[in-house]
Design a protein around this ligand. Sequence first.
Ligand SMILES: Nc1ncnc2c1ncn2[C@@H]1O[C@H](COP(=O)(O)OP(=O)(O)O)[C@@H](O)[C@H]1O
Ligand SMILES: [Mg+2]
Length: 291
Amino acid sequence: MLTGFSQVAGQALYLDDLFSFFELKPHIVSPPDARPFPSPIRQGFVFEDVGFRYPNGERWAVRHLDFTLKAGEVLALVGENGAGKTTLVKLLARLYDPTEGRILLDGHDLRAYDLDGIRANLGVIFQDFVRYDLTAAENIAVGRMALADDRPRIEAAAARSLADDVVRRLPAGYDQVLGRRFRGAVDLSGGEWQKLAIARAYMRDAQVVILDEPTAALDARAEFEVFQRFKKLILGKTGIIISHRFSSVRMADRILVLVDGTVEASGTHEELLAQHGRYAELFELQAAGYR
Ligand SMILES: Nc1ncnc2c1ncn2[C@@H]1O[C@H](COP(=O)(O)OP(=O)(O)O)[C@@H](O)[C@H]1O
Ligand SMILES: [Mg+2]
């Protein structure tokens, strides 16, 4: 009995954690009289001297970011690991607010806009996307849960991200449970999971589509196909691609080179090569590997 009591007392401490979790309030909220998200975006995004530190981080993840993402433009971000590429995207999607400086969208601070509007209009696939032990269709539908029963829409998104080929090979097609957890489930290769994850971005009618190294597990040919499609599909929309492969990066209208959390250079592939800077050096390094 005594052991029983002490166990109850011990477990009760965890209840405290649970209730404090319920009491958490989001830091990022819409202002009272929020602006509706512009449709279409007219000018684009402007980063003005943006700096950011993670709440638990002691150093600046990005600092003095000054650049423009014009409406309808596809921008590529290149830089070594830890350069701040993902952080930049998180700020743009307002998953965090800048610690200093500000981000403007069509001339107004991003914080002034309706948060649901931002969420609906930005499709981001992060490098560490989640693999759900659900069906193939559900794994795509998480991009927009309201359309979970809209099979034609899911199939269209799959066709756009080249996931349709992956699904076609599954015994139960779109109803195939994926992962390793359940009996009868089929696990996919890294590249196959990625194609499903990319389909999530196409589930939204997003005006801005961002792929953050979504292709790390894809081979060179598959990545080339995915990005070429991406470029075609988002025609007229605004996009960001993050990749370490120059064959993908050079498809962008403009390239930003990030070093230690700040933009070191920007321009087209040809312009950056002509500058003989870090971009040219990295390009040569990679090209040499293929010779
Ligand atoms: N959740 C986090 N908490 C604290 N620091 C982080 C977090 N995520 C990233 N960082 C730090 O921010 C810097 C930029 O990281 P990141 O934006 O992920 O770079 P990249 O995507 O270019 O590899 C790195 O120094 C990294 O360690
Ligand atoms: Mg990253």
